[in-house]
Design a protein around this ligand. Structure first.
Ligand code: NAP
Length: 349
């Protein structure tokens, strides 16, 4: 049975608190010279918390931001424009719990000729109990994990993220927003992989950190596949540390009051928490680098299981098989064993 590091939300929050006091080696390296001018950046889950703060900060630094959101359209975008002082912000409908919405979102980008320089997979959800999506999976599994497999593969196969070298001056970057709570989660359980199982609050917390381990393993495997012969994209993972966001909005009332009190007193504001993500997204320090992990402004290793090639390969195969089972429009990037001149046409449909 899969298991995350925590099954108690208060303990999980307090663990995040101690992380705040660890030395942040690279904090001073992010400067006002780190700008996004001429770059197009997708932020998923951009209407709230960390994603909203990222949108404002990236737009303020000259980037064109596409906010992929399921609600608060256009209010959140208008608010972000006002705070950042930039008009280069657009909102697009994206509900990561609905496969059809993911396709519509990507098709919209293709039709409008959008090319993404930086893709920040930020959206996340923590329902207090299992919830079934219309395609039959648990919502947290789909939103926090499998939708990111779908989205990255669709964006890559449609060349919205272009690996062909046309953006040679700047290799595309893909950032997965994760959590250091993934450390110590169990091995991926393929018996229950993608199966809908009922659970309550304690298992929800455990699943949250476990699905982050699954996500990090996927990010590592994606990096391995995309960059198997040369570096085509920087595919990296970051934990923003404890953020005073809306992530516990669905916790039972009593628990929410306790957690929100902890969050507002000792967690970082989204404005502050987004800075290391901005650094990883644009800093020249990460040019030519992939499969890196940052915990706030510290470079770190992920859980050792994330790096095991056999784990990555198995996860890839099982994820693809599940996606093909539930979605006849699945399109999977096939980079392994494809010779250079076939790429990027060497895509398997
Ligand atoms: N808060 C922390 O302490 C902390 C620590 C480590 C990592 N993180 C990670 O940081 C990321 C951002 O979370 P946050 O703390 O900023 O929480 P948040 O304020 O709740 O933001 C989460 C975002 O994800 C979106 N989202 C949820 N379900 C979605 C769906 N089906 N389709 C599209 N978007 C969806 C939410 O949209 P709605 O407003 O429509 O729900 C919201 O915009 C998450 O990946 C989280 O795991 C957070």
């Amino acid at each position: 049975m899969s298991h995350g590091r925590f099954d108690n939300p208060v303990v999980a929050s307090l663990a995040g608190f101690w992380d705040r006091f660890r030395k942040q080696e690279f904090e001073s390296r992010l400067t006002e010279n780190d700008r996004f001018d001429g770059r197009t950046i997708l932020v998923t889950g951009a209407n709230s918390g960390l994603g909203f703060a990222l949108t404002v900060e990236i737009a303020r630094r000259g980037g064109r931001v596409i906010m992929g959101c399921r609600r608060q359209i256009p209010e959140a975008g208008e608010k972000a424009k006002k705070i950042s002082g930039s008009d280069h912000i657009e909102m697009r409908q994206l509900d990561l719990s609905r496969i059809g919405s993911i396709h519509e979102f990507v098709n919209g980008l293709v039709n409008d000729g959008v090319r993404l320089d930086i893709t920040i997979l930020n959206a996340g959800v923590t329902p207090p109990k299992a919830r079934k999506t219309e395609s039959g999976q648990d919502e947290m599994f789909l939103v926090n994990y499998l939708s990111n497999v779908m989205l990255t593969n669709l964006l890559l196969t449609a060349n919205v993220i272009d690996l062909s070298g046309q953006l040679a001056a700047f290799k595309p970057r893909i950032l997965f927003i994760s959590s250091d709570s993934h450390q110590g989660s169990s091995y991926i359980d393929y018996e229950e992989f993608g199966r809908y199982l009922d659970y309550g609050v304690s298992k929800a917390i455990a699943n949250y950190s476990y699905f982050k381990l699954v996500l990090n393993t996927y990010a590592t495997e994606l990096s391995r596949r995309v960059n198997h012969d040369e570096l085509k994209a920087g595919i990296n993972v970051i934990c923003p540390g404890p953020v005073n966001s809306n992530i516990v909005r669905e916790a039972p009332l009593f628990l929410r009051i306790i957690l929100k009190s902890i969050f507002s007193i000792i967690f970082k504001s989204p404005v502050k928490a987004c800075k290391p993500v901005v650094y990883l997204a644009i800093s020249p320090d990460f040019e030519g680098r992939t499969n890196e992990y940052m915990h706030m402004f510290r470079e770190k290793k992920m859980d050792f299981k994330v790096y095991l090639p056999e784990e990555g390969e198995k996860l890839w195969e099982r994820s693809v098989a599940l996606w093909e089972l539930i979605d006849e429009k699945a399109r999977i990037i096939d980079t392994l064993g494809v010779s250079e001149n076939e790429y990027p046409e060497g895509i398997r449909k």
